[in-house]
Design a protein around this ligand. Structure first.
Ligand SMILES: Nc1ncnc2c1ncn2[C@@H]1O[C@H](COP(=O)(O)OP(=O)(O)O)[C@@H](O)[C@H]1O
Ligand SMILES: [Mg+2]
Length: 338
């Protein structure tokens, strides 16, 4: 990673309160040109609040945000000319077709009618939306909806793209297609700031990431650096009977001196270990002696999920209520404002 590249997105000690809620509580991040920076955190962590401040849509209570060296509160128009934003409240109109939406955005960017039409057609093609181009957006699936939102943010050919949870609620295949598309944009030199609650997504796309929890950055680094914070490998054990979960935790706690963490949703517990084979054998022996039947016992490199659990004591996606596989965008009203 080339550290000499200029910082193009910066938050310096930014605070944003909503009444008594400290949505962002002293956050500093710096994203370098050409980089994909991930802002990872569960629902309510403050991701959208931070992104909206960077995108000029919300004023910080204190601190400073800048894009391309321009202070966002001093010259919001200049900042808007540099960025594309695909957010959770996107600018797409449900009653219009995909093509009409993109053409209107093109006109807002002062493109001529012909140029706006050409640009819309090109983006529809790149986003595999040509077949649906002349249907009203309200008929789109969740995945198509995300793509047209993304298309709208790309009309102005921004150097800096801000994506707020671009794949939340999408099925795995659509998610991977969007990842590919984002990677193509990055290959073309676009700087991307992306928020996500999916550790996999941060791992796949981000060069560096900041982990956000309750309005604060609790860790920052490359995905590998964050994984190293867990320390070595991870031994995971899952009991065959849910009632044995406490017994499993107790056994793992005896192995290496570190505290195990429990994933109640998956009914399993994990612990960081330094001697992977020794720990595996020892654990196997104890479970056998105590006659605790297991569904699974394995050692692996830590996942970002485990990193998150270790850092925060809770799972990143535990609080998520938006996994209907269909995208939140189709619920009426949600995207109608601008
Ligand atoms: N307009 C608002 N008014 C009051 N509280 C808000 C507003 N926007 C966000 N919040 C609160 O700020 C916190 C962070 O929210 P948000 O930035 O939307 O988190 P995320 O995008 O990570 O889910 C939450 O507690 C949320 O309820
Ligand atoms: Mg959000």
């Amino acid at each position: 990673m080339d550290d000499d590249r200029e910082t193009v997105i910066e938050a310096e000690n930014v605070v944003r309160h909503f009444g008594a809620v400290k949505a962002i509580d002293g956050v500093s991040i710096a994203v370098r040109r050409g980089e994909v920076f991930g802002l990872l955190g569960p629902n309510g962590a403050g991701k959208t609040t931070l992104v909206r401040m960077l995108a000029t849509l919300l004023q910080p209570t204190s601190g400073r945000c800048s894009i391309g060296g321009i202070d966002v509160t001093k010259d919001p128009m200049a900042v808007r000319a540099l960025i594309g934003l695909a957010g959770q409240n996107a600018a797409v109109d449900d009653m219009l077709t995909g093509r009409e939406n993109l053409e209107i955005v093109g006109r807002l960017y002062q493109l001529s009618r012909a140029e706006a039409r050409r640009r819309a057609a090109e983006l529809l093609e790149r986003l595999s939306l040509t077949d649906a181009a002349d249907r009203q957006v309200k008929t789109y699936s969740g995945g198509m909806r995300r793509r047209i939102d993304l298309g709208a943010s790309l009309v102005g050919q921004p150097e800096i793209l801000i994506l707020d949870e671009p794949t939340t609620g999408l099925d795995p295949r659509t998610r991977i297609e969007l990842w590919d598309f984002i990677q193509q944009l990055v290959g073309g030199g676009t700087t991307v700031l992306l928020t996500t609650q999916y550790l996999e997504e941060a791992d796949e796309l981000a060069d560096r990431l900041a982990v956000l929890d309750h309005g604060k950055v609790i860790a920052e680094g490359t995905p590998d650096e964050l994984k190293e914070q867990v320390g070595g490998d991870v031994l995971m054990a899952a009991p065959a009977n849910p009632a044995d979960l406490d017994a499993v935790v107790e056994v793992l706690g005896r192995l290496d001196g570190t505290d195990p963490w429990v994933d109640h949703r998956r009914q399993q517990a994990s612990v960081a270990v330094t001697d992977r084979i020794g720990a595996l054998l020892q654990a196997g022996q104890i479970f056998e002696q105590r006659r605790v039947p297991l569904r699974d016992l394995a050692v692996s490199r830590p996942s970002l999920d485990q990193v998150f659990l270790t850092l925060t004591g809770h799972a990143a996606t535990e609080a998520s209520d938006d996994e209907d596989g269909d995208g939140a965008g189709r619920r009426s009203g949600r995207r109608s404002r601008r």
